[in-house]
Design a protein around this ligand. Structure first.
Ligand code: GDP
Ligand code: MN
Length: 398
């Protein structure tokens, strides 16, 4: 789970990293926190959304006065933001961070993540931080320094000093940089994070400041990281009802913007399914991935989530039964249909373990809006044909 900027910065602050002073605005009432002359150096008004690239899409505004900050924050609250990183989806801005503005001498990049190839965390550093870091990583990968972090010994300061020199950090700021980078590494390791990114890591007249931060919590470590778990649970409460239900069930749910609800087993199959659907001119509305070892309760819950999504024009079930039994899928489908009846046609491609039993169960139930196939392409064609139909029953086109 990725935290919002203000949550990420609070963690950094706990570990001694300098971040700008700020106030969080969650509703119109909170706007009164932006008092006149609150931040004499100016204001940065920032949409708190779990997607990057805000600066290029109007999600970050720099203004001079408290009045302007108030107006910018008011305009942002509740509005929608689409960035080049949000996958074509507009996200609603539920809160806004109003931070003090710093003068920036230079923008660096710092991140810590797990290098799976090396089996240890790595710190990434670049002299070319800021809004174009993706481009730097692509066109000029040698501009990214990689520092492996030994899980037992940590990151020795001589390594950070060497890096500071190749990053061309001015001599008078090197010690400041070393302590910030060490604090970031301590945070990453102590709290067992999945990701920590500071971009820009700004060199300012006051020293190094984390002007933006993104932290990803490692969900597999939550059971022994009670402070992380607290933040995680709090964020869960702000999820949509379908996402909440999926989390509680332990199935993975990815909402998207199309009209076909998909239930699959396995992430690879989900990808292939998405490609095939897109190749036939349609878009998935979501993916429910029940994995290999789902139990009947999880399967039924997954169908209930699908059946309650009001945006759907069709449901596509794509199961390759290796470990998962197709007959359990069929039973779960019927049970869910009893609880909240399916309102749109369902196309299933079932293959593998106990597929004949599954077919019997479904044909005995005599549901009229279900079609079952063995062949994937045929099934995708069928569901895409349904999704492509204009369904303006009952009212004429204006
Ligand atoms: P992102 O685009 O979503 O990554 O949002 P950021 O928080 O990184 O902000 C984007 C850009 O806004 C930064 O790269 C900075 O150039 C600029 N910015 C953010 N905070 C400040 C600040 O305090 N002072 C100045 N001068 N620029 C800022
Ligand atoms: Mn940023």
């Amino acid at each position: 789970m990725n935290l919002l900027e203000h949550q990420s910065k609070a963690l950094l602050r706990d570990f001694g990293v300098m971040t700008p002073r700020s106030v969080l605005i969650k509703n119109a009432h909170d706007l009164s926190k932006i008092k006149a002359h609150l931040f004499p150096s100016g204001y940065v008004v920032k949409a708190q959304v779990a997607t990057g690239g805000r600066g290029k899409s109007g999600g970050v505004k720099l203004v001079d006065t408290a009045q302007e900050a108030k107006e910018a924050a008011r305009a942002m609250l509740g509005s929608k933001l689409t960035t080049y990183q949000s996958g074509g989806n507009a996200v609603t801005i539920e809160s806004v961070l109003v931070a003090e503005k710093f003068d920036i001498d230079h923008e660096y990049y710092l991140a810590i993540l797990l290098n799976r190839r090396q089996g240890q965390p790595t710190m990434l550093l670049s002299r070319f931080g800021g809004m174009d870091i993706e481009e730097v990583a692509q066109k000029n990968p040698q501009a990214l320094l990689e520092l492996p972090i030994d899980p037992w010994r940590g990151l020795p300061s001589f390594k950070l000093r060497q890096s500071a020199i190749s990053l061309e950090i001015p001599g008078s700021w090197i010690e400041n940089f070393i302590s910030l980078a060490s604090q970031a590494a301590a945070l990453y390791q102590t709290r067992e994070l999945g990701l920590l990114e500071i971009n820009p890591l700004a060199q300012t007249p006051q020293g190094f400041v984390a002007l933006d931060a993104k932290i990803g919590l490692e969900e597999n470590a939550l059971f022994r990281q009670s402070a992380n778990k607290k933040i995680y649970d709090k964020n869960l409460n702000s999820l949509g009802p379908l996402e909440k239900k999926a989390r509680a069930l332990g199935v993975s749910y990815v909402p998207m913007s199309g009209q076909i609800g998909c239930l699959v087993n396995g992430a690879g199959l989900a990808m292939a399914t998405m490609d095939l659907i897109a190749g036939h001119g349609q878009q998935p509305a979501n993916f429910l991935d029940v994995g290999g070892g789902a139990n009947p309760e999880q399967l039924q819950g997954a169908f209930e989530i699908l059946f309650s999504d009001k945006r759907l024009k069709a449901v596509f079930v794509n199961i390759f039964g290796g470990i998962l039994r197709c007959d359990l899928i069929a039973q779960a489908l019927l049970a869910a249909n009893k609880k909240s009846p399916l309102a749109v046609p369902l196309v299933a491609r079932l293959l593998g373990n106990r597929v004949e039993e599954a077919r019997h169960i479904l044909s005995r139930a005599k549901l009229n809006n279900i079609e079952i196939f063995n062949d994937l392409t045929t099934a995708v064609r069928a569901v895409c044909r349904i999704s492509a139909q204009d369904n303006h029953h009952g009212h004429s086109r204006q």
